[in-house]
Design a protein. Structure first.
Ligand code: FES
Length: 107
């Protein structure tokens, strides 16, 4: 469901603490993260190093570690934090309301 540019992606409880899920919308794919501190973030789903989805990655604090070569990205900004990843992911505003997670796709 879409409202004022916000897309309802999933239930807040669909993502365990320190975990990540895949969310596909149209022809795009995203990764939505929940940290141990119960913060939610969203980025493009595919690693910028090679086309591997980050849904299989490891959430560590505010970092996601790619499952293929262990490159790391900042969840909140998408900034690449460890080689071989060197190009940032796009990140997206996220809000949680009435038990659902919403993404704003800032095209
Ligand atoms: S595919 Fe993600 S670091 Fe290489």
């Amino acid at each position: 469901m879409e409202f004022d540019g916000w897309i309802e992606a999933c239930s807040a409880d669909d993502i365990a603490l320190e975990d990540v899920i895949r969310f596909d919308y149209g022809n795009r794919s995203f990764a939505i993260y929940r940290t141990a501190n119960n913060e939610y973030f969203a980025t493009d789903g595919y690693c910028t190093h090679q086309k591997v989805h980050l849904e299989g990655g490891l959430v560590m604090g505010r970092l996601i570690e790619c499952p293929k070569h262990n490159g790391r990205f900042d969840l909140s900004t998408g900034e690449a934090k460890r080689a071989p990843a060197c190009t940032a992911l796009r990140s997206y505003p996220v809000k949680v309301a009435s038990g659902s997670v919403y993404l704003k796709l800032n095209d």
